[in-house]
Ligand binder design. Sequence first.
Ligand SMILES: [Zn+2]
Length: 234
Amino acid sequence: MADSSNPCRRIFLALSWSALAAILGFQVEPALSQVLEGGSARTRPEAAQRLGGGPIRPPQFHEMAQGQSPNSLFITCSDSRLIPSLITRSGIGEVFVIRNAGNIVPPYDLRPEGVTATIEYAVAVLEVPKIIVCGHTQCGAMKAALDPTGLDTVPNVANWIKFVEPARLAVDELHPSLGPKERWLELVRQNVRQQLTNLKTHPWVAARTATGRLRLEGWVYWLENRRVVHLSLP
Ligand SMILES: [Zn+2]
């Protein structure tokens, strides 16, 4: 039973997320309030600082075991250098997560498919009010989409990367003179936009966004400086 007079419990409840993270060995994002857009810096102090808003509560594990009510669905890459809870500064139970190579959302299809089923559950059952698609710099999936050499030995990867093809075509059409590094980065951005477009083909997403009960956002996480870029959406 909880005992607020217990000095150890009082100390634990008073700990900030930063202090908890330090104790647990995590590095908390120091600069997510610095938001970049298309290479030019601008500040949006609250935009990416704390996805759920308000302070992070210390974990109440007994309460959390009764159910979940996440404030967003976060779709990002499987890259091991990304830790969604640190990128979004979220606590336990706050963010529902889908991860795969290239943060891809296949267009809606009735065939059984994990990403589609998880989106449907998050939107229709958990009723998340926000979906974020978050790409990242140095993404190997985007590099493979630009140069598929060698993918013939990994046919499932090759098939999966095909969902990036519309984004690659858009980059080459809109930015035909980019050098290799800039083209790679632009594909990261364009792919996020493409996957958000695909997301809108999912019936529950279309219905909830049409009535204003669901908002979509596109982010790019910069591994180099641990900043989040909010993309403008079409
Ligand atoms: Zn990646």
